[in-house]
Design a protein around this ligand. Sequence first.
Ligand SMILES: [Zn+2]
Ligand SMILES: [Zn+2]
Length: 147
Amino acid sequence: MSADSLQPLTGRCLCGGVSYRIDGPRRNIVNCHCENCRRTHGHVAAYTSVDIADLELLEQQTLRWYHDSSPDTYRGFCSRCGASLFWDARDGRGKMAVAAGTLDDSGDLETIGHVYVAEAGKYYVIDDELPHFERGNAGALEQDDSG
Ligand SMILES: [Zn+2]
Ligand SMILES: [Zn+2]
């Protein structure tokens, strides 16, 4: 982990109704190709992951949570501009996935792999050399988790 990765990161939705600050370790970016992510993000979802305790909501008046029934997770979005910002597994691990595209500056974060490629859209190809996982990452990519 480089020193830069300890710098706070900030981000927001398109309209600014939701903004946040991350002050703590954050995982490198994993692209999720699952159908639910594609439907809510409009395409592949690129997420970092942080400890919920390290995620400070600076503005949240338009933040709403959509209960994603499969699996039992919650997706945080802006009710004004429609941005998808967060994915909360609520699985007891205390982690929050944060959509990388909403970061003001992604610092030294880099994309490290793809998950749920079994559900990838037929309209694109995944042509990089990064690890691919048919479903979840089974913890393999989580090893990069700094937390
Ligand atoms: Zn917004
Ligand atoms: Zn997904």
